[in-house]
Design a protein around this ligand. Structure first.
Ligand SMILES: Nc1ncnc2c1ncn2[C@@H]1O[C@H](COP(=O)(O)OP(=O)(O)OP(=O)(O)O)[C@@H](O)[C@H]1O
Ligand SMILES: O=C(O)[C@H](O)COP(=O)(O)O
Length: 411
């Protein structure tokens, strides 16, 4: 069965109807300003399709991981502000302290004119959104559904969140007529190209800091990829497992045995595991920290001994990784190679991004931070095959896992 689309919804007629749209607007913020609005821009086409057809739109999204209650640092206010700059439709929002689907929200929805957008506060301010209890999520979804009144509809366009079994991503689809958003459709189409007979050699480049999440992914990607290139914070769990000193670098102590198993698994499947040979070791986690490049088997033999921490791959590794990418026909990249937010530790990430822009192969960038890195480091987005809005979601898709938000749409 294939999911109904937004075009199906438009064909049914939306003028005067209230449509609840779940988007992924989880964007990086600094000092109350959106620093990369990629996910907001990616959400615009569906919102504009609906508003220009006369729908009254409720947009719901999450920001970060608040603990199920109002917390000003996770307010969607700056996101609503950016959205209102990017769209022609008026964007309204409720007071952040009000219950998400309470009386104030109902009153605000009742005031909407055709073509207006109403943005809910961070959907994760209600603990039922992410609850593991089906009954709690279901009750919350029911309240959200009721906001749309008679003849409401639900569109899931939050690709980056479809791997979450959350009320607004999963349960709401069985409370209202449900439709798949265009962004979700596009993302699925592209990722399908990576899973169904990718043009080989197929190389996966993994980095970032969510080490334990990604270690699980590695196991599942080894049988599928020809080469797996490891950078970022993940390197040090491997380096330690291989018996090297790593100083104060990021490490998952309880995963050392697991990663040793990966080396063997890779051999069995003929997948080459490629590690950095040199690392930028810093005196502390700071933009102006003193740093030096050390070979991977001598990380504790520098100026700061076992107090140093690895914040980027070194130049030799960056060159080798770029060469791997150049020799591949399909490349999937998730997770920065270092702490790219600090200029001194951005070189590895820049080198990988640069190589991706130069490849004649099909390149896909997945991950909130990797996509943000590409843009904030000044790369031209059109030089990449595809920049996915999903991090965990795209990885879980590539692993072949079921994505609750997609299943719920009947796709
Ligand atoms: N060696 C390192 N030590 C500590 N942090 C690192 C290191 N290398 C990269 N990082 C950090 O990793 C973070 C991004 O990691 P993350 O795993 O969240 O990637 P991502 O692309 O956003 O993927 P996802 O969307 O799945 O979360 C960046 O903020 C970066 O500073
Ligand atoms: O940033 C992401 O990958 C998505 O918005 C999902 O966020 P989460 O990992 O907090 O569920």
């Amino acid at each position: 069965m294939s999911a109904k689309t937004v075009d199906d919804l438009l064909a049914e007629g939306v003028s005067g109807r209230t449509v609840f749209v779940r988007s992924d607007l989880n964007v990086p913020l600094k000092d109350g300003e959106v620093t990369d609005d990629g996910r907001i821009r990616a959400s615009l086409p569906v919102l504009e399709k609906l508003t220009s057809a006369g729908a009254r739109v409720i947009v719901a999204a999450h920001l970060g991981r608040p603990k199920g209650q109002f917390d000003p640092q996770f307010s969607l206010e700056p996101v609503a502000h950016r959205l209102s700059q990017l769209t022609d439709a008026p964007v309204k929002g409720i007071d952040s302290q009000e219950p998400l689907a309470g009386e104030a929200a109902k009153a605000a929805v009742a005031e909407l004119a055709d073509g207006d957008i109403f943005m809910l506060e961070n959907i994760r301010f209600d603990p039922r959104e992410t609850s593991k209890e089906d009954a709690e999520r279901s009750a919350f979804a029911q309240e959200l559904a009721e906001l749309t009144g008679e003849n409401g509809a639900y569109v899931n366009d939050a690709f980056g969140a479809v791997h979450r079994k959350h009320a607004s991503v999963y349960d709401l689809a069985s409370r209202l007529p449900a439709y798949q958003g265009d962004l979700v459709a596009t993302e699925l189409e592209v990722l399908q190209r990576l899973t169904e007979a990718p043009s080989r050699p197929y190389t996966v480049v993994l980095g970032g800091s969510k080490v334990s999440d990604k270690l699980a992914v590695i196991e599942n990607l080894i049988p599928k990829a020809d080469a797996l290139v490891i950078g970022g914070g993940m390197v040090f769990t491997f380096a330690k497992a291989m018996g090297y000193g790593i100083g104060k670098s990021l490490v998952e102590e309880d995963k050392l045995e697991t990663v040793k198993g990966f080396v063997e698994l890779a051999q069995q499947h003929g997948c080459r595991l490629i590690f950095p040979t040199d690392i930028v070791m810093a005196a502390s986690f700071a933009a102006d920290a003193e740093h030096e490049v050390l070979p991977v088997d001598e990380l504790e033999n520098g100026k700061h001994g076992d107090q140093a921490l690895g914040l980027d791959i070194g130049p030799e590794s960056a060159e080798a990784f770029a060469a791997e990418i150049a020799a591949s026909n399909t490349i999937f990249w998730n997770g920065p190679m270092g702490v790219f937010e600090m200029e001194a530790f951005a070189s590895g990430t820049k080198a990988v991004a640069q190589a991706l822009t130069e490849t004649g192969g099909f390149s896909v960038v997945g991950g909130g931070d990797s996509a943000a890195a590409v843009r904030t480091l000044g790369f031209d987005e059109s030089r990449f095959g595809h920049i996915s809005t999903g991090g965990g979601a795209s990885l879980e898709y590539l692993e072949g896992k079921e994505l609750p938000g997609i299943t719920a749409l009947g796709a």
